[in-house]
Design a protein around this ligand. Structure first.
Ligand code: FES
Length: 161
């Protein structure tokens, strides 16, 4: 089944849903698509009888939703309390600076995306990030910069082959 038909199926499952179902609908769609595409936003708006701007307005309020496909290299920065106390804000700032995007966005070449999470369940190792599911404990802004450079170089040399 194509992604778009799976999105249609999600809406079908909600039947004559009201606006209070907006969040669970968006969660289900994100599960199917990996993000929430423009066409899905339009479909949801039509289904609930509300303007697309309203769907965006509500969805962007919640950090859990993303509107772009994740990149080949997905950087997740923990912004939970333990990680915050240990300096995760500067780690996130470095990721955003080096990649030229904000959390929730994907670089134009599709190579990197950044996401923030509330807690990765590894508070003892704070601050923690994961890149493509691989955890990096006690990360610093400088270490993260190096990791990103390493990935960039690897991707470049792979592309050059
Ligand atoms: S707060 Fe970061 S792992 Fe728990």
């Amino acid at each position: 089944m194509s992604v778009q038909s799976r999105v249609d199926k999600v809406l079908e499952n909600y039947g004559l849903a009201k606006r209070d179902k907006l969040i669970p609908i968006l969660q289900d769609i994100q599960e199917e698509e990996g993000f929430i595409s423009r066409s899905s936003v339009l479909k949801v708006a039509k289904h609930l009888g509300i303007p697309a701007s309203k769907v965006y307005g509500v969805a962007t309020f919640y950090n859990q939703f993303r509107f772009e496909a994740i990149g080949t290299n997905h950087v997740m920065v923990c912004r939970g309390t333990a990680c915050h106390v240990k300096g995760s804000a500067s780690v996130l700032q470095m990721a955003e600076e080096v990649l030229g995007i904000k959390a929730g966005q994907t670089t134009r070449d599709g190579m990197f995306s950044i996401e923030t999470v509330a807690c990765m369940g590894a508070c003892g190792l704070a601050p923690v990030i994961s890149i493509n599911g691989e955890f990096h404990a006690k990360i610093t802004a400088e270490k993260l910069k190096k990791l990103i450079e390493e990935i960039r170089n690897r991707e470049k040399s792979n592309g050059a082959k």
